[in-house]
Design a protein around this ligand. Structure first.
Ligand SMILES: C[S@@+](CC[C@H](N)C(=O)[O-])C[C@H]1O[C@@H](n2cnc3c(N)ncnc32)[C@H](O)[C@@H]1O
Length: 406
């Protein structure tokens, strides 16, 4: 295995759907076909493909709608020079000894993580937030610290997944967590390098950000996209897996400011169905008419089928082909495809009609937009948290009571 893959994996870890093991293959398929200019990595996740392209000295733009991925790409893609020094880490772990607030300890008591970890998170998170006055603070140092903390929390949580609320961990005490954090900062620091280009990380919706690049003076050579994969066996649930980390990196802004209750925050929407993947790809392809090469990763047995994705590219007048290779996913032998469209688009794709929003999304909208009786509001919020644990019936019942179409 390539040395960079090991270093990337050990520092930023196993993000759901990561392409770290496939990035050499993906780069080998894209780079020989593309001219000089920016490579856009849409749905970048933690940035493994961006990093691989950066190693090739290409200018790279990483785009994702989640903030934890954004901070990861800020730390190791956009940032090419700044590292988080040992003194700064010492201060993050020991500063403000009695000042930090107890949001995590109070809000999640008895759930998700043991109390000693919630306390450690409160402290580090508070110090990252209030390090503004320190001479070493910058967006890059903050990004390195937040990503190291996010990764430490995911490593500490059993199965690295916040869809289960059991407070299980393999760590014994706060010191072990602090050591984990220190080690991760060191490893993330070691990923930082400059390739002499102006690389960028965006926290943005893919199609919107891509459309914007049509106005750039610098040429965009290729658009690579790695959307959430839907198959008949599985639906991706990035938010359900990572909501705790997303809350932590935003300091729970939406929850603390009362914009959303914790229940609503926990069931925010993702791209989780075939129709939503199709819609995302159609919007993206239409936004990228000015880009001469589009490459889309997908599961060989995914829904939509690779041929259907190729049809979307073909419809715009691009010369389209599919390359594939074997891949092991979740320890099961599987196949990975790359759908490549060459040449600028000569016409747009006719978008399929907007998919019906999921029931959970409609319930959240109702909670935000309608004045409800207190008991109905309580029932809906309760049902949303049961839904998150896999109980759809309660949500349907509660929605019927509230007069929401099921
Ligand atoms: C399969 S993962 C990407 C993994 C990534 N290639 C890596 O190697 O880590 C899919 C990503 O798509 C992002 N995503 C979903 N909808 C998006 C959108 N409309 N625009 C940009 N990113 C989006 C999710 O937040 C998630 O990080």
């Amino acid at each position: 295995m390539n040395e960079w893959v090991t270093r990337f994996r050990q520092s930023l870890g196993g993000y759901e759907g990561t392409k770290v093991y496939l990035a050499d293959w993906i780069a080998g398929e894209i780079l020989p076909r593309c001219k000089p200019g920016y490579i856009l990595d849409v749905c970048s996740g933690l940035g493994s493909v961006s990093y691989r392209m950066k190693l090739e000295n290409r200018p790279v733009v990483s785009i994702d709608t989640q903030l934890y991925p954004y901070y990861s790409c800020m730390a190791v893609i956009e940032n090419g020079t700044v590292r988080l020094a040992k003194d700064a880490v010492d201060w993050l772990l020991t500063g403000n000894a009695n000042a930090y607030d107890d949001f995590h300890q109070k809000t999640f008591e008895g759930k998700y993580l043991p109390q000693f970890l919630l306390k450690a998170i409160d402290r580090i998170r508070y110090n990252i937030r209030y390090a503004d006055a320190k001479e070493w603070t910058s967006l890059s140092t903050r990004a390195i610290a937040l990503v190291a903390l996010g990764r430490a929390i995911l490593s500490a949580k059993a199965h690295s997944n916040f869809s289960t609320s059991k407070p299980a961990t393999r760590l014994r005490n706060e010191t072990e967590f602090f050591d984990l954090f220190r080690g991760l900062v060191e490893k993330i620091n070691a990923l930082v390098f400059s390739n002499g280009q102006e690389n960028r990380a965006y926290f943005a919706d893919g199609p919107t950000a891509v459309k914007d690049t049509a106005r750039w003076k610098a040429p965009v050579a290729a658009l690579y996209c790695d959307p959430p994969y839907v198959t008949s066996r599985s639906n991706p649930h990035y938010w359900a897996t990572y909501w705790f980390i997303e809350g932590m990196v935003t300091d729970w802004y939406d929850v603390r400011s009362g914009n959303q209750s914790l229940e609503e925050f926990r069931v925010r929407h993702d791209v989780t169905t075939k129709d939503e993947v199709v819609r995302l790809l159609e919007d993206l392809v239409n936004a990228a008419a000015h880009i001469p090469l589009i490459a889309i990763s997908y599961d060989a047995i995914g829904e939509p089928k690779p041929d259907d994705i190729a049809d979307i590219l073909q419809e715009t007048g691009r010369n389209t082909s599919i390359v594939s290779r074997a891949h092991v996913r979740h320890k099961i032998p599987s196949g990975e495809v790359l759908i490549v469209g060459m040449g600028k688009a000569t016409r747009p794709v006719e978008p399929t009609p907007e998919p019906q929003p999921s029931l959970a999304k409609r319930v959240i909208q109702t909670l935000q937009e309608r004045e409800l009786e207190e008991s109905i509001e309580r029932e809906l919020k309760n049902a949303l948290s049961l839904y998150e644990q896999g109980d759809t019936e309660a949500l349907e019942e509660a929605a019927k009571h509230a007069g929401i179409r099921v």
